[in-house]
Write a protein that binds this ligand. Structure first.
Ligand SMILES: C[S@@+](CC[C@H](N)C(=O)[O-])C[C@H]1O[C@@H](n2cnc3c(N)ncnc32)[C@H](O)[C@@H]1O
Length: 267
């Protein structure tokens, strides 16, 4: 596996321990929206690319029922372990696999879903073409990406704090999803991969939360960077973060901005 992918897998192996915690429930909201956009129905064969802890795959499995089949793939063994733990009796299976090199035959799925995964691929177009290849003609693809401002302002505050404490900023863009937060870019990616009937819509979402819950989210999404700090700095980070979130939050809570784009199209 290439270094960049190994790094992403490591990032999510770390995140997997807390990924299903309540403060991250916005992922469940978007998983519901994605399964809706994919028009998943009973009896379908569905592929969930970058399945993570299986949120999208498990919802799809409930919809396809006993006559259908859902397959989830991901490069993070830690995320997949959480997904398998939740699968129970549902018609779903999970495999460790790179989205850029799907080990499935051509035209073997009725629908392909991908929740907040495509922007992690070093070659997004290659990944989208793989989704096109394994989809049957007339089958539907649906994927989500973040809108500008997602996780801000605390995302930028965290990067600046880490920089002051010796953890270099990632190269621009600082998060991979920033490559794909404009509707026209997502549309173009779908078009270049060969998809028809392309539609990209915004799914506005966000809510107020306690600063402690906002911190839980950052401890998950930035776990790979935070672990580079000595333990006394990790404690200071938590304290400074809560102070900043209390300072900038409204009395009713700290606003979590997590609006998404949903792209859907047909092969
Ligand atoms: C933000 S999580 C989204 C998980 C899930 N789809 C959801 O909506 O909750 C992104 C996932 O993409 C996976 N991923 C990143 N690069 C990948 C690749 N090249 N192939 C397969 N999965 C990948 C990560 O391991 C991680 O589980």
């Amino acid at each position: 596996m290439e270094d960049s992918k190994r790094k992403v897998a490591g990032r999510f192996d770390l995140a997997s321990q807390t990924y299903d915690e309540v403060p991250l429930r916005f992922m469940d909201h978007h998983a519901q929206a994605l399964v809706g956009a994919g028009e998943i129905a009973p009896g379908m064969r569905v592929l969930d690319v970058a399945t993570g802890t299986g949120k999208v795959a498990l919802l799809a499995a409930e919809r396809v029922g006993a006559r259908g089949r859902v397959t989830g793939i991901d490069i993070s063994p830690g995320m997949l372990a959480q997904a398998r733990r939740k699968a129970k009796e549902l018609p779903v299976e999970f495999f460790e696999m790179d989205a850029e090199t799907l080990r499935f035959s051509d035209e073997s799925f009725d629908a392909v879903l991908c929740g907040f995964g495509v922007f992690f691929l070093p070659d997004m177009l290659r990944g989208m073409r793989e989704m096109w290849r394994v989809l049957r003609p007339g089958g539907r693809v649906a994927l989500t990406t973040w809108r500008p401002g997602a996780f801000e302002p605390m995302g930028e505050w965290t990067l600046a704090w880490l920089e002051r404490h010796g953890i270099a900023r990632p190269p621009v863009p600082s998060e991979p999803w920033m490559l794909l937060e404009q509707p026209e870019h997502l549309e173009l990616l779908l078009e270049r991969a060969g998809f028809q009937e392309r539609r990209v819509v915004t799914e506005p979402y966000g809510y107020n939360m306690a600063p402690e819950d906002r911190l839980r989210i950052t401890l998950t999404t930035a776990a790979d960077r935070l672990r580079l700090l000595p333990s006394e700095d990790q404690q200071r980070f938590r304290e400074d973060y809560l102070a900043e979130a209390n300072r900038t939050g409204a009395p009713e809570g700290h606003w979590l901005e997590v609006s998404a784009l949903i792209g859907a199209a047909v092969r």
